[in-house]
Design a protein around this ligand. Structure first.
Ligand SMILES: *Cc1c(COP(=O)(O)O)cnc(C)c1O
Ligand SMILES: [Zn+2]
Length: 452
């Protein structure tokens, strides 16, 4: 499967680099251990200068990316590394840490769309990935860069993150694949069983702390101060480079047509920033000529971005996030706040919220049309329903809902729903298994009762 390792030189450092999102002029190498602007403290972003990329026409880019789909030529079969020139071009083949993430299915939710009154409804199943969430898209990039840094003699000896569950699963898997130690900070008792056992199985150092995600984040920031442990949270903008491929992938899957709406569940706001960044790049290089409208969907129990949107983004809202079934977006002080405001404003976007009852009902409804939705996808679907009912999303609009994780990571949520035991949820569609005596009569009677 491996092609001959082609040596790559670090020539694109001048055209791909970290820069401050607030506009400070310094450029920093993406192979430096740096997360925020040394002058003003703002987040950094990986900037790709446009001129060198314009040496290819938009059609040439499309052909190049299309030609790599499904290939086993390393590392282009990955949905992320198939876009290598737009991600981290200077990474050596030997340092790419990939488990062929991305290229997830975008499917037509025909029956659900008909029931909701929008036949052109599509679900992007980002949870059909190596560790069961979209976090793999960002982690392949971050861990690859760390591998290259270590190969070049950097003092980094481990990677670390605070997590609401899925980030740690992805970091632990990619670090284990690369042979790099991982330290994971989880809020004790606040992640699902599947999410907890993933880093445990992958051999990470799992530290469960008596606090919430925001509390874990404060501690991991301190612990990674001395530069020997590399911070893998989404304030590290390398992850955004991998995650931005999801929007490009959606457009490619529509034969380079742009949908009208993309609805995405948000917590720390990295993923919506990434989505926007991918679309911006396609606009600048002429692959598309308009933006989709982005909708950020929040759980009402953890809704600082929704509250900020309501005040016209006049001031940032932070809060202590409450317990929610959508535990991966239980975040009260989102790190990529500034980037996400830009994503919403520049796409004429919307922020909307969903209660526990609304998210659970939306997930259960979608499941009845063949899906197996995680609670975060439930938040996005509940918001979709609201916007349709309000007449904002029209029946002819092409709409994509981003499903961020695999439902199998959240079986406690499903079981609780169908046993009608979830707090603040009135289960409208419970379908518990029925226990019967092992007789043909009992079975026939039950089937007749149900199918008539
Ligand atoms: C991380 C995560 C999110 C939120 O992404 P942000 O970048 O934090 O906004 C949504 N859903 C799932 C399943 C996640 O793991
Ligand atoms: Zn700055």
């Amino acid at each position: 499967m491996l092609s001959a390792v082609e040596p790559r030189v670090d020539t694109d450092n001048q055209t791909v680099y970290f820069r401050c999102i607030a506009g400070c002029s310094a450029k920093h190498s993406i192979f430096d251990v740096i997360y925020t602007c040394p002058s003003c403290g703002s987040l950094l972003e990986v900037h790709h200068e446009r001129e060198p990329l314009k040496k290819r026409t938009s059609d040439e880019w499309k052909q190049l990316f299309d030609s790599r789909i499904g290939t086993t030529t390393w590392p282009y079969g990955s949905g992320v590394w198939g876009l290598r020139e737009w991600v981290i071009p200077s990474l050596a083949d030997a340092n790419v840490v990939s488990m062929f993430e991305g290229n997830t299915n975008l499917f037509w939710a025909e029956r659900l769309g008909q029931q909701l009154g929008i036949p052109d409804l599509w679900i992007k199943l980002c949870g059909n990935s190596h560790t069961g969430s979209f976090k793999d898209l960002g982690m392949t990039v971050l861990v690859s860069v760390v591998k290259q840094m270590m190969a070049q003699g950097s003092p980094v000896k481990a990677v670390a993150c605070a997590s609401t569950g899925d980030t740690s699963a992805a970091l632990a898997a990619y670090a284990a694949y690369a042979g790099i130690p991982a330290v994971i900070f989880l809020p004790a008792g606040k992640v699902s069983t599947a999410q907890l056992i993933q880093p445990v199985a992958n051999g990470a150092h799992v530290l469960a702390l008596d606090t919430d995600f925001d509390g874990c984040m404060k501690i991991v920031k301190e612990v990674t101060q001395d530069n020997s442990i590399y911070l893998a949270n989404s304030m590290n903008s390398l992850r955004i480079e991998g995650q931005k491929t999801v929007g490009i992938e959606i457009v490619r899957q529509f034969d380079w047509a742009v949908p009208d709406w993309i609805i995405i569940p948000v917590g720390n706001l990295g993923n919506i920033s990434a989505l926007h960044k991918g679309f911006q790049l396609m606009m600048d290089l002429g692959l598309i000529s308009r933006m989709p409208r982005l909708v950020a969907a929040q759980a009402a129990k953890a809704n600082p971005f929704y509250e900020s949107f309501k005040n016209g983004f006049k001031e940032k809202v932070s809060m202590t996030a409450q317990q929610t079934l959508a535990n991966a977006i239980r975040i009260g002080d989102p790190v990529s706040y500034e980037k996400a405001i830009k994503a919403v404003i520049e796409t004429d976007g919307i922020v909307e919220q969903a209660t526990e009852n609304e998210l659970a009902a939306a997930a259960a409804h979608a499941d009845l049309t063949g899906m197996f939705t995680c609670p975060h996808t439930g938040v996005a679907l509940a918001v979709l329903t609201k916007l349709i009912n309000r007449g904002v999303i029209k029946s002819s609009d092409k709409t994509v809902v981003i499903s961020t994780a695999h439902g199998l990571k959240f079986t406690d949520f499903k079981v609780g729903y169908h046993e009608s035991t979830l707090a603040e949820v009135n289960s409208q569609y419970p379908n518990p298994a029925v226990h019967l005596p092992a007789t043909v009569d009992a079975v026939k009677t039950e089937i007749e009762k149900r199918l008539n």
